[in-house]
Design a protein around this ligand. Structure first.
Ligand SMILES: [Zn+2]
Length: 116
């Protein structure tokens, strides 16, 4: 039980009363109006909640996209670095082979010179 204000005389009336004991104004209509405004308030809150949930979903999707993107980028970068390292390895190996060939050639020349 709560007290509401009579819109007609401004006196306090129990919300269970059908009419104002001071002026006889029908309280039912006031309660109906209050109920309607309460329902509207609930609807507004529901809308706000729906918007918040949608916003949350959108933010979550954005975060997931960003994380996935960051992971993909770092994976691609790692792949790039790995292939770069491999290329450098191949290059160094080639250079080493060249040096070995040169060394063999030089050794042959030395052998020839020593033989003469
Ligand atoms: Zn009244």
């Amino acid at each position: 039980m709560a007290l509401i204000r009579c819109p007609e005389c401004g006196g306090k009336v129990s919300n269970t009363a059908k009419s104002c004991p001071h002026c006889g104004y029908s309280i039912e209509s006031v309660k109906n109006i209050e109920k309607i405004s309460e329902e509207k308030e609930m609807e507004k809150k529901d809308k706000k909640r729906t918007i918040l949930i949608l916003l949350g979903i959108v933010v979550a999707i954005i975060v997931i996209i960003l994380i996935t993107d960051a992971m993909t980028v770092s994976y691609d970068e790692a792949l790039d670095k790995a292939s770069e390292s491999h290329q450098q390895y191949e290059k160094t190996k080639q250079e080493l082979d060249d040096l070995n060939n040169q060394l063999e050639e030089n050794q042959e020349r030395i052998d020839e010179l020593e033989g003469n």
